[in-house]
Design a protein around this ligand. Structure first.
Ligand SMILES: [Zn+2]
Ligand SMILES: [Zn+2]
Ligand SMILES: [Zn+2]
Length: 399
């Protein structure tokens, strides 16, 4: 490993370059340029020079910016042995009175709804069903690394002299919480080095593109002449000094007249800390299935309360096979099968499957000559009543 260009000195705190700091300047061209109509586009990250980065054992040729994924150590084994016994809870039904109260409460919560139909309506029929909501979650992790550089502002550097850098999956990085998406970035131990910033040649500044280092630009108002046409109060035409400049030149806005600007890469600190960055991403992959037999939109079931009929959390779950509703067993098998192989670049930590029963009651009701249906759903008794007859406070809504 060539460490001859290592710029790390533990006793030094690098200072930041500030405009006017020293006299060392570089001028291009022989006179200040014209003011540019449009600002020159700044260098993109890709156009900037990266410091020479020594290869780190085990990490090969990592790129700057682009993430290189590292495959997890071992694919997790499937569940072993017989599935644990699965017992399922039952769900409850609502009475007519419950439904009517739910409708009245719902109407009250809607600013513009007339209350009359809810108070006066007759319930013709209620049909209670238990909608089923099955969710399979797979909590997994993916690791990637890339080369990274940032201004070196001083402080301890953990370089290869301290030991062999560990491989991505050897670095301890537990999730902050399970079954949640998250991202953690860490410096890989023993990979840091301090290098001179290449973009500014270690000076902390670059020549200002706007004025080519002159600190001044030719005035665009008088085109560098310093004088502009002028008509006085009596109508006499003449010339006067250009109000926008001094003698045809004005100060460059970009560099404030210095001719140099702070290097964006090192932020003026002249040196960069180069290291390998580990990115750990946690994913909670979620698939859900809703079995709801009434005409109410199925998706309403997903976000309301219900009764947990079955829940299981294991490194790898067995599919539900013995629930009395065949569709649930089939969907569970399909999801569990798919989740086992869907993310080959990720390490599966845990799986959780949840089967909820969400009460849904379909209610047929009559108000005056109007007959329709509404639905009461979820343990919080939400109401879905798309054609409630008075959806405006003045009762003007046409049936
Ligand atoms: Zn001018
Ligand atoms: Zn300038
Ligand atoms: Zn620099």
């Amino acid at each position: 490993m060539g460490s001859s260009d290592c710029e790390y000195d533990p006793d030094e705190t690098p200072g930041q370059w500030v405009p006017g700091a020293d006299e060392e300047k570089e001028h291009r061209g022989d006179k200040p340029p014209k003011a540019k109509k449009e600002k020159k586009a700044k260098k993109t990250k890709d156009q900037r020079a990266n410091p020479d980065f020594d290869d780190v054992p085990g990490y090969g040729n990592l790129a700057f910016r682009a993430d290189t994924e590292f495959m997890p150590p071992n694919p997790p084994p499937g569940p072993q042995g017989d599935p644990p016994p699965m017992t399922f809870t039952d769900s409850a039904q609502l009475s007519e009175e419950d439904c009517k109260q739910a409708l009245e409460k719902y109407v009250e919560s809607q600013l513009c709804f007339g209350k009359k139909p809810a108070q006066e309506c007759t319930i013709l029929k209620t049909t209670g069903v238990t909608a089923l909501h099955y969710v399979l979650e797979t909590f997994s992790e993916n690791r990637s690394t890339k080369k990274k550089k940032k201004p070196y502002k001083g402080g301890h550097i953990d370089g290869p002299e301290n030991g062999t850098p560990p491989m991505p999956w050897e670095i301890a990085c537990p999730p902050k919480s399970e079954f949640k998406d998250d991202k953690i970035k860490k410096e890989v131990p023993h990979t840091a080095k301090v290098k001179k910033c290449k973009d500014c040649k270690g000076r902390g500044w670059e020549t200002c593109d706007e004025c080519d280092g002159w600190g001044r630009v030719e005035c665009d108002h008088c085109e560098g002449g310093g004088r502009v046409p002028f008509t006085d109060e009596e109508g006499n035409e003449g010339e006067r000094d250009c109000p926008f400049c001094m003698g045809g030149m004005r100060r460059c806005d970009e560099c404030g007249g210095d001719g140099r600007v702070t290097c964006e890469d090192c932020e003026g600190y002249r040196k960069l800390k180069c290291f390998i960055q580990l990115k750990v991403k946690f994913y909670n992959h979620k698939d859900e299935y809703i079995l709801e037999t009434t005409d109410m939109p199925d998706e309403l079931v997903a976000s309301v309360g219900g009764n947990v009929l079955f829940q299981q959390e294991l490194p790898m779950v067995w599919p539900i096979a013995s629930y009395p509703v065949a569709e649930i067993n089939a969907q569970s098998a399909k999801f569990v099968q798919a989740h086992r192989t869907k993310w080959p670049n990720e390490l599966i930590h845990k799986q959780r499957q949840t089967l909820r029963g969400v009460p849904v009651t379909e209610v047929e009701y009559k108000w005056e000559d109007f007959t329709s249906r509404f639905w009461v759903y979820g343990t919080e008794k939400n109401v879905y009543a798309p054609d409630y007859p008075q959806q405006c406070c003045c009762g003007c809504s046409i049936l």
